[in-house]
Design a protein around this ligand. Structure first.
Ligand SMILES: Nc1ncnc2c1ncn2[C@@H]1O[C@H](COP(=O)(O)OP(=O)(O)OP(=O)(O)O)[C@@H](O)[C@H]1O
Length: 224
């Protein structure tokens, strides 16, 4: 459902490739991307989300090429950034309503879905709260509710459970797993969290795609 074809990327011309001829087909289901810090997981996710243009290669969603563009972002894509990005001056429900409105949902639909997704993520009663008044786990769940409210076919999540306790993590994994299995949908999740392994249809070890040994691996070996 998402095809990465021969993706190359580096942030600066003098840098080594961070992504060096990366190709993979992500079928409907949940895919975890693992790999050591700095190996390029978030970079790949940003390219798949159309936030960074690949230097070479292409990302296809079905037949369509992903390009930075408003339509894809608004309708088909749910992206959860590592830095959450909830609008700080808008209440929890307003954050969700704005995402729904950008995706073109009617007011009636929006109202139903705000209640539905806040309930699913255990945030009933928090509708009027500002994001800054929520705990880390609650913010993380609100961000996921905001990504799901437009019911996108593609969900990209960067470390959605990092730093969360087991209960928060269990709830998030259940919601994600139910959401993806209830339609022809695909989720790609960058994570170090082995608690997510149970819901994965595929686990990609990103280290194996790397052209060069990691500096970190060298350092660890040197200090061993
Ligand atoms: N905006 C940027 N400008 C220059 N280099 C960058 C930029 N963002 C990331 N990098 C570099 O690109 C490499 C890959 O970074 P990326 O964030 O994709 O790694 P990651 O695997 O997601 O790491 P982590 O698990 O720590 O989140 C790293 O060496 C990082 O320092």
């Amino acid at each position: 459902m998402i095809n990465c074809n021969h993706i190359y990327y580096r942030y600066h011309k003098k840098q080594e490739w961070i992504l060096d001829d990366f190709s993979h087909e992500f079928k409907a289901g949940i895919h975890l991307i693992k790999g050591f810090s700095g190996c390029g997981k978030s970079t790949l996710l940003r390219i798949m989300g159309g936030y960074l243009p690949a230097d070479r290669g292409e990302v296809l969603i079905g037949e369509q090429q992903v390009k930075p563009g408003i339509d894809y972002w608004r309708r088909d894509l749910g992206f959860v950034f590592q830095q959450l990005n909830l609008l700080p001056l808008a209440s929890v429900s307003r954050n969700l309503e704005l995402a729904a409105s950008l995706a073109g949902l009617s007011r009636k639909e929006t109202k139903v879905r705000v209640s539905e997704y806040l309930a699913k993520l255990g945030l009933e009663g928090y509708e009027k709260r500002l994001p800054t008044s929520l705990s880390g786990g609650q913010q993380q769940r609100a961000t996921i509710a905001r990504a799901l409210i437009k019911e996108p076919s593609v969900l990209l999540l960067d470390e959605p459970t990092s730093g969360l306790d087991d209960l928060n993590t269990e709830l998030i994994t259940k919601v994600l797993s139910d959401y993806i299995s209830s339609g022809n949908r695909v989720a790609v999740i960058c994570t170090h969290d082995s608690r997510l392994n149970g819901i994965a249809d595929e686990i990609l070890d990103f280290n194996q795609f790397l052209p060069v040994e990691s500096h970190l691996v060298d350092l660890v070996n040197k200090n061993a």
